[in-house]
Design a protein around this ligand. Structure first.
Ligand SMILES: *Cc1c(COP(=O)(O)O)cnc(C)c1O
Length: 404
């Protein structure tokens, strides 16, 4: 059995996290994924690449992000002391740019002239369009037609950044279909094109590479809490769509056995078929879009409909490393419903003057529940994965009905 203390060394060279992960792809992509893996390995070991990445993370993206004590919210909940890791303050408004920047720099090393991406809430599309503009590369973003409607502002941002946004009308018209279209494009144009996948998902090396580009979140948070409190936190909390912001925060703490970690999935309208996106609640083991992991499927293996108030968590599969961390017991996974997330969105906005993304609000909803059960000398760090500017109209529909 693989123990929690060795999990930080995963995946193996074929991209397996225990029995999860791997690369289930058509023949045409095997070579491209092999090249990407080799180039990533070279870039990781190249001090010049790392120095340029760090410079741009700082000067272009705004790292390091603050670790902010949410004093009023902590006091209101009356339990643990809560810190917010402020990824919402990054350029383009969420953690996504950490990964988009790393990958565009890899694309440049690989000599690729064209970038494609999928997007759900539009945050990854915006981050990708931003770095493509910065590096002067052509950019096409696939987005489900329903998501284009509920995240119109981000569609406009991508277009203003010079990207082409292609609406996807297939199936449920959300993220899963957008990933399918991006994969189809990549198979066709693999020589000229790099696919910037937006979460810790898909075939190897993506789950590993995306995680590594987001590890900076946890590395900074660990250093910052040791300076502020002279000790490690008792608990880390992050929302889990594909799982990139969560694994970025968690990974540098995996070997700190006293640090409890909780990933929060989207409970939607509640845990009933087709009404949520909480893969660890009633999901199954299967293969989707190149990786073996927990997903929501019916008894025939057909992917089920999913629902969440937040487009960025509305996806049928979870990243394979999270499947492994759940299986090994190192990380616990819970969920928050739409209503709980909206209540937390309101609470943070009103008590801290920070409007969080609806995705992030799921992590905050868990903190709302757990902090009051903890003592005042305990510490929680929650990843504030993104800001809520993109969500204000959606949230207003529920929270300010007089506006609509
Ligand atoms: C995309 C997004 C998420 C979900 O993606 P992960 O890969 O699970 O992090 C969470 N929060 C925000 C703000 C996002 O934009």
């Amino acid at each position: 059995m693989t123990t929690a203390t060795t999990s930080a060394a995963l995946p193996d060279e074929n991209g397996h996290f225990g029995s999860f992960g791997g690369a289930f792809v058509p023949e045409t992509l095997v070579k491209a994924l092999g090249e990407l893996t080799a180039e990533y390995k070279a870039a990781k070991a190249d001090p010049e690449f790392q120095a340029e990445l760090n410079r741009l993370l700082s000067e272009f993206c705004g790292r390091e992000t603050p670790l902010y004590p949410a004093e009023r919210w902590s006091e209101k909940l009356g339990g643990a002391k809560i810190y917010l890791k402020r990824e919402d303050l990054l350029h383009t408004g969420a953690h996504k740019i950490n990964n988009a920047l790393g990958q565009v720099m890899l694309a440049k090393r690989l000599g690729k002239k064209r970038i494609i991406a999928e997007t759900g809430a539009g945050q990854h599309g915006v981050a990708t369009a931003t770095v493509a503009a910065r590096f002067g590369l052509e950019c096409v973003v696939y987005m489900g037609a329903i998501d284009m409607e509920r995240q119109h502002l981000n569609v406009v941002r991508m277009r203003l950044l010079g990207a082409e946004v292609r609406g996807v009308e297939a199936g449920q018209k959300t993220l899963k279909e957008a990933v399918n279209e991006a994969l189809r494009d990549w198979v066709t144009n693999v020589r000229s094109t790099h696919y910037i996948l937006g979460s810790a998902l898909g075939p190897h090396p993506y789950p590993m590479m995306v995680r590594d580009f987001h590890r900076v979140i946890g590395v900074e948070a660990r250093k910052q809490i040791l300076i502020k409190e002279e000790r490690l936190p008792d608990m880390l909390v992050a929302c889990v769509g594909g799982g990139s912001n969560a694994i970025g925060l968690f990974h540098p703490f995996l070997e700190d056995e006293d640090v409890k970690m909780v990933g929060v999935e989207a409970g939607g309208h509640g845990i009933r078929h087709g009404e949520h996106a909480a893969r660890f609640q009633g999901g199954k083991l299967g293969v989707l879009q190149g990786t073996k992991t927990w997903l929501l499927a019916d008894d025939d293996g057909q992917i089920e409909l999913t629902h969440s108030v937040s487009a960025g968590l509305d996806y049928a599969a979870v990243g394979p490393e999270h499947a492994f961390l759940q299986d090994s017991g190192r990380v616990e996974y819970d969920y928050a419903t739409d209503d709980e997330a909206l209540a937390a969105f309101k609470a943070l906005s009103e008590t801290e003057g920070i409007i969080p993304a609806l995705e992030t609000s799921h992590a905050l909803a868990y903190v709302n529940k757990v902090a009051p059960t903890m003592s005042k000398d305990q510490i929680i760090i929650v990843n504030l994965s993104g800001r809520g500017d993109k969500d204000v109209e959606q949230a207003a529909k529920y929270l300010l009905p007089e506006e609509g």
